[in-house]
Design a protein around this ligand. Structure first.
Ligand SMILES: CC(=O)N[C@H]1[C@@H](OP(=O)(O)OP(=O)(O)OC[C@H]2O[C@@H](n3ccc(=O)[nH]c3=O)[C@H](O)[C@@H]2O)O[C@H](CO)[C@@H](O)[C@@H]1O[C@H](C)C(=O)N[C@@H](C)C(=O)N[C@H](CCC(=O)N[C@@H](CCC[C@@H](N)C(=O)O)C(=O)O)C(=O)O
Ligand SMILES: Nc1ncnc2c1ncn2[C@@H]1O[C@H](COP(=O)(O)OP(=O)(O)OP(=O)(O)O)[C@@H](O)[C@H]1O
Ligand SMILES: C[C@@H](N)C(=O)N[C@H](C)C(=O)O
Length: 433
């Protein structure tokens, strides 16, 4: 803690923290992190030359060359995390931690939209949600300026959410849902439930407040230990909400009867919208402002985006994929009123499923076969298991083959769902449809 206190003195004279010499360094405090490709300390002199005020390096000899501008730390990442926690402890504001298998970023953005109607709010930028991203988010909260903060916490194995909770020390927390994402690292759904509920365990320990999605089969039980609970969206909950339609944009009714026509597609997003409404209502944002914020939010970055191309209407949901979000996306797409024969699905491999991968892809194939979509295009090596369960589907081992097929048989006047894991980058097919 002494080291963190000393570093905090320096941090307070800086405009921001930085970790990348390729970004502008304007009076920053540079942390020289190590990664799979680079050793951060190799870039520390450059960062200082470019305007950084001070650098934290794991190289005692380098630090000794200019003690006024370098601080030595055996592990710069640990120093970053400790500084972030030290800073957090200076903040007397509500900090809302968000985790869950699916919808964290969307829910975080929606909650920001709602809370910023009334408060000055800092929130996780993009997807900076891991052991590096969470400290960076915490250190971006300005004392005396921000009135609350929303911190997204991501994980792909046990213990990560506990670590992030101890860094962020949230006063409030929300788990969007428990689903089959990152099965490989968590070790099955029971492992995911255990890993994600590390946030609720932290809240139980510190007397915090949990926002509980009672539509999820596991979350009510997992939150039982938290004394202060705010529930949504069921009728007897603190803040009920009702899904009115999703054809394709979501329309919902809020706890006070207000109807909201959201710009976001996919019935599953109802729960993300309801979560944001519950958090807003709890923090006393007027219902009319909640409705305005929810209606104003438009997703980006290939998440549940509705795109009208010159020839087709596309649900571009290619940001990521796992068995739960794939099933939700397929169900939502199938529920659209257009005849199934006019619908096309283009799906790519789901990653990080470990030994469950073949069975989960096969189950997806069975699900697709039951929908009778007009055209099913499956791409990636794991999708061969889905294709085996759905012989009418077209199978492509690579995106090159999928691209050739789409070029040879241009699709027109179709509704098309595009989804796959990040590594598949399926959004590149958009220019072909
Ligand atoms: C360490 C780091 O920040 N790396 C970023 C960097 O990587 P790079 O390609 O440069 O290689 P290195 O990591 O080896 O570099 C080491 C350091 O050297 C710096 N450096 C390098 C070259 C140079 O010329 N000058 C330099 O200063 C460099 O900046 C490093 O500090 O750049 C990449 C491109 O911008 C970044 O992608 C990379 O970021 C890493 C991956 C990272 O973790 N960033 C966090 C801030 C973050 O939050 N990233 C999120 C993604 C989070 C995520 O995946 N979440 C998962 C769940 C969490 C799983 C967790 N266990 C995990 O493994 O992360 C989820 O499902 O949501 C994001 O970027 O969106
Ligand atoms: N409530 C939900 N239930 C099921 N799937 C969802 C839900 N919300 C979002 N999704 C799916 O997850 C995709 C990614 O959304 P989002 O980025 O908000 O999730 P995330 O949990 O933050 O993912 P990541 O951690 O990888 O960024 C969406 O495009 C959609 O397909
Ligand atoms: C992009 C990353 N946060 C993620 O969700 N990864 C899974 C494996 C995916 O891309 O589907």
């Amino acid at each position: 803690m002494e080291e963190a206190a000393a570093l905090y003195e320096i941090f307070q004279q800086c405009t921001a923290v930085s970790t990348d010499s390729r970004q502008p360094q304007d009076n920053t405090l540079f942390f020289a992190l190590n990664g799979p490709t680079f050793r951060g300390r190799d870039f520390a002199p450059q960062a200082l030359a470019q305007g950084a005020r001070h650098a934290v390096v794991d190289d005692a000899a380098l630090a000794a060359t200019d003690p006024a501008r370098y601080t030595y730390a055996p592990d710069a990442l640990v120093a970053l995390q400790q500084l972030a926690n030290y800073h957090r402890r200076q903040l007397i504001i509500p900090i809302i931690g968000i985790t869950g298998s699916n919808g964290k970023t969307t829910t975080k953005e929606l909650i920001y939209a709602v809370l910023s109607q009334r408060y000055r709010v800092q929130y996780t930028q993009g997807n900076l949600n891991n052991h590096i991203g969470v400290p960076l988010t915490l250190l971006s909260i300005r004392r005396g300026e921000h009135e609350m903060a929303i911190v997204e916490m991501g994980a792909n194995h046990q213990g990560e959410i506990a670590l992030l909770s101890h860094l962020a020390e949230p006063t409030h927390g929300l788990i969007t849902n428990i689903g089959k994402a990152h099965l490989e690292g968590f070790g099955g759904v029971a492992g995911i439930a255990k890993g994600k509920s590390e946030l609720f365990r932290f809240l139980a320990k510190v007397g915090g407040t949990a926002f509980v999605n009672t539509a999820d089969p596991l979350l009510p039980g997992l939150s039982a230990q938290v004394e202060h609970r705010v529930t949504y969206p069921n009728p007897t909950d603190t803040y009920p909400a009702k899904l009115l339609s999703a054809a394709p944009q979501v329309m919902l009714r809020l706890f006070d009867g207000t109807q909201v026509a959201a710009q976001i597609t996919g019935g599953y997003n109802f729960l993300n919208l309801a979560a944001a409404a519950a958090v807003g209502a709890y923090f006393q944002v007027p219902a009319a402002d909640i409705a305005t914020a929810l209606a104003g939010y438009a997703p980006t970055n290939n998440r549940s985006q509705l795109v009208r191309t010159a020839r087709n209407e596309v649900v571009l949901d290619a940001y990521n994929a796992n068995p739960s979000s794939m099933a939700a996306a397929v169900a939502s797409f199938a529920a659209r009123p257009t005849p199934a024969a006019e619908k096309v699905v283009i799906l790519g491999d789901m990653f990080e499923l470990g030994e469950e991968s073949a069975a989960e892809h096969r189950a997806l194939g069975e699900l697709l076969a039951a929908q009778h979509f007009g055209t099913v295009l499956l791409c990636g090596s794991d999708m061969r298991h889905a294709a085996a369960a759905h012989p009418a589907a077209h199978y492509f081992a690579t995106k090159v083959e999928l691209t050739a097929w789409l070029q040879a048989q241009p699709l027109s006047h179709r509704q098309i769902l595009v989804k796959g894991s990040r590594g598949m980058g399926l959004e590149t097919v958009l220019s072909l449809i």
